[in-house]
Write a protein that binds this ligand. Structure first.
Ligand code: URA
Length: 247
């Protein structure tokens, strides 16, 4: 996102630091500093870029990430991506102030409450639409743990491009499956229908007991990102989302 000039009080309010009035109070009480110097004029226009983020502190801490934020989270089982499902929202795992940002941070697509793994969140609406658009639709790879041993024909059925899920009138696009052991497989999907991975295994007489998303495009969840933890993505990591693996 290109850096835009904004009034500092508006920028801080949009980052969730408080109302414009509260930010004036922060400034008057010397809690905002630019290059180490107390900054009292929060009506000043600033360019919201990495330079500002490095120079400005509030209560001695560097500024929260500026708009254009993209996060990867290791979503734990039991939290939801939407108010439509019962249970705590993934947003609860973000710092409290980040939940007051405008533009708000949204999940990029959804994972079921019972699915864990790589979840992207962003406040960049254009980027969000680019990732979920069927035109780019980066491949997503899941590790599925199964209730029953694999039969052996699943990879061919999923790759066929003819598999029809119950209640639907359009076959699934070909998907790639790789056997890990008799009760686990990697499944790579290039579309995102409702409960797609679970319904695909149900269609071949199995049942998914655990589902974990490992990657989107070439962006892979790092092993050291604990369940519930998140990381801010840089431009290089964001570009990896749109790289297409060869399945
Ligand atoms: N497929 C599913 O069944 N659930 C998910 O959360 C993602 C893909």
């Amino acid at each position: 996102m290109s850096a835009r000039s904004a009034r500092l009080d508006r920028l801080l309010a949009n980052l969730g630091y408080g109302s414009r009035r509260e930010i004036q109070i922060l400034a008057r009480t010397g809690r905002i500093r630019l290059d180490g110097e107390v900054l009292r004029d929060v009506e000043k226009r600033v360019v919201a870029d990495a330079d500002l983020a490095a120079r400005l502190t509030v209560d001695g801490e560097t500024l929260d990430p500026l708009p254009g934020l993209v996060l990867m989270m290791n979503k734990p089982v039991g939290v939801t991506c939407s108010h439509k499902e019962a249970g705590p929202l993934v947003h609860r795992l973000l710092p409290e102030r980040w939940r007051r940002r405008d533009p708000a941070i949204s999940t990029v697509g959804r994972l079921d409450k019972d699915t864990s793994g790589l979840l992207l969140l962003t406040d960049d609406g254009a980027l969000l639409h680019r990732i979920i658009s069927p035109r780019s639709s980066p491949p997503k790879t899941y590790r599925a743990t199964l209730d029953r041993p694999l039969r052996g024909d699943e990879a061919a059925v999923f790759a066929s491009g003819t598999l029809m899920l119950e209640g639907e009138d359009k076959p699934l696009l070909p998907a790639h499956m790789e056997i890990l052991d008799e009760g686990a497989a990697l499944l790579t999907l290039s579309e995102g229908r409702y409960h797609q991975a679970r319904r695909m295994f149900a269609a071949v007489g199995n049942h998914v007991t655990a589902l974990h998303r490992l990657s989107i495009g070439d962006l892979t969840l790092p092993d050291d990102l604990a369940p519930g933890a998140f990381a801010v993505l840089d431009a290089e990591a964001i570009a990896q989302i749109f790289c297409r693996k060869n399945n």
